[in-house]
Write a protein that binds this ligand. Structure first.
Ligand code: SF4
Ligand code: SF4
Length: 165
């Protein structure tokens, strides 16, 4: 298993063509069977990777925020909600709220400084426990070169599904 971020990025750069072929291959496979492989690999690999020693997703993710999350975090930070919004929130279409900075304001060194109040998008990422993996290939492979969990699950998936022998 590779967890070094530089090694992952270098490996990814050398395997772009292979990964494009693998995505095409996955689209020909039974989606439920693929979900099952991903689930098993994710359950084995995720616990072996310490996100607090990485934090790489917090440098690149665009984070959605809902009202409840914004209120809770503003309270934790002892800020009026209007001040919280002014400092940290960008409003999109239909009142959608996003954290207004990438990397995220709350990333300190490699750790989330508001961990108990982090947003649903942060908690869910990288989302390999979710069904319909095959429908999310674009997003998954977007993060392949920077998330050690995704990287290692994909690399093992190539062998599990006999794309590579
Ligand atoms: S809130 Fe925390 S977990 Fe979420 S992106 Fe920011 S630093 Fe990362
Ligand atoms: S989810 Fe991936 S990119 Fe984010 S901290 Fe964990 S291993 Fe790193």
């Amino acid at each position: 298993m590779i967890t070094n971020l530089d090694e992952i990025a270098a490996y990814a750069a050398l395997h772009e063509t292979e990964n494009q072929s693998f995505q095409l291959f996955l689209k020909t496979q039974n989606a439920e069977r693929t979900d099952e492989f991903v689930k098993v690999l994710n359950e084995r690999i995720s616990p072996q990777i310490d996100c607090t020693q990485c934090g790489n997703c917090c440098k690149t993710l665009m984070i959605n925020v809902n009202e409840e999350e914004a209120n809770a975090l503003a309270g934790y930070l002892h800020l009026q909600r209007s001040d919280f919004d002014e400092r940290f929130i960008e409003k999109g279409m239909h009142g959608m709220m996003l954290i207004n900075q990438i990397p995220c304001h709350f990333l300190k060194e490699k750790k989330c400084s508001v961990y108990d109040y982090r947003f649903a998008g942060c908690r869910e990422f990288p989302g390999l426990h979710l069904p319909h993996f095959t429908q999310r290939l674009f997003t998954v492979f977007m993060h392949y070169n920077r998330c050690p969990i995704i990287f290692n699950v994909i690399e093992e998936l190539k062998y599990s599904m006999e794309f590579k022998k």
